[in-house]
Design a binder for this molecule. Structure first.
Ligand SMILES: Cc1cc2nc3c(=O)[nH]c(=O)nc-3n(C[C@H](O)[C@H](O)[C@H](O)COP(=O)(O)O)c2cc1C
Length: 282
């Protein structure tokens, strides 16, 4: 719901131009009938030079909306030098760093501004141990299934392509038969973050969880925290109710993705080559 303070309004109509739902008419005037459909994205508030717009549900405190002071080259450098960290110090991520990362994830774009993504931060070492055991057990049973006749057909039915199977299998074998002193599942990370959305959520909201996680990954590059997505945990948590329960994820939520976080236990000195993605120019 939007309100415009006419005394402050400079009639620039930027609020009209920026509203994605056509709730504001030129003038500007709020269309009362449409106001109920406001998604509280806050664009009209953010763009108003006179601070004349109030969006219900948003606290009435003016926040600076300045552009980030990051050079393009520095941004590209940060993105290019980001690595999935698989070397972690045996330390959980400290509160101050974790709060920064949650804030970074919380400001990610959200389809229709629904904001239904929830993050579970697990730093309890013994719980991480239990999650590791449950996840490993899950893959051990999956592995047994894969050795049964008709397994590749089953995988295809589940939407797992042959190419993906071939890439996933060696890692799965490492997880279920870890070499002495190695943790091929969590790389000894002492912080896990699991992103969930309501079970009923559609594709767009599932996408929100990915975007929030990626915000966290990028933000982690600016503090001494390394990150690595963990598809094994996310997939298992999606399929294995016991694991969800262990992490305290409720029945009516689904796990979308998860991250390992921690203080890097080594540095990546070179940047592996990455091809430019296929691009169609029109
Ligand atoms: C959705 C997703 C799931 C992933 N799952 C895992 C995982 O379970 N274990 C792991 O070691 N790396 C995982 N990764 C990291 C990828 O292997 C990594 O991004 C890729 O090898 C490229 O390396 P880079 O991130 O350092 O550029 C995952 C990445 C993504 C995007």
């Amino acid at each position: 719901m939007i309100e415009i303070d006419k005394a402050k309004c400079q009639n620039c109509n930027l609020c009209f131009q920026t509203c994605p739902y056509g709730i504001i008419n030129p003038g500007p005037h709020v269309k009362e009938a449409a106001n109920a459909f406001c998604i509280e994205c806050g664009q009209c508030y953010a763009v108003c030079p006179g601070n004349a717009v109030t969006v219900c549900g948003c606290p009435d405190e003016e926040q600076p909306g300045r552009p980030a002071d990051i050079a393009a080259e520095a941004m590209l450098d940060l993105l290019q030098n980001r690595r999935s960290t698989r070397l972690f110090q045996p330390l959980p991520v400290a509160d101050e760093h974790m709060e920064f990362l949650i804030r970074a994830a919380s400001v990610a774009p959200s389809a229709t501004n629904l904001r239904q993504v929830k993050a579970y931060v697990v730093r309890n070492t013994s719980l991480i141990g239990d999650i590791r055991i449950a996840t490993t057990n899950y893959y051990a049973s999956l592995q047994r299934m894969f050795t049964l006749p008709g397994a590749s057909l089953l995988a295809r039915i589940q939407g797992i392509s042959r190419a993906r199977m071939e890439r996933v299998l060696p890692a799965m074998l490492a997880i279920t038969n870890p070499p002495e002193g190695k943790d091929p599942l969590f790389y000894n990370a002492r912080t896990l973050v699991v992103f969930t959305v309501p079970k009923s959520a559609g594709e767009e909201t599932v996408g929100d969880a990915w975007i929030a996680a990626q915000n966290m990954v990028i933000a982690a590059e600016t503090i001494p925290v390394g990150s690595c997505y963990n598809g094994f945990l996310s997939y298992a948590a999606h399929e294995y109710p016991y694991l969800k329960k262990l992490m305290g994820v409720s029945e009516d939520e689904k796990v979308v993705t998860s991250l390992l976080l921690g203080y890097p236990g080594g540095r990546y000195l070179r940047r592996p080559h990455r091809e430019m993605m296929p691009t169609v120019w029109k």
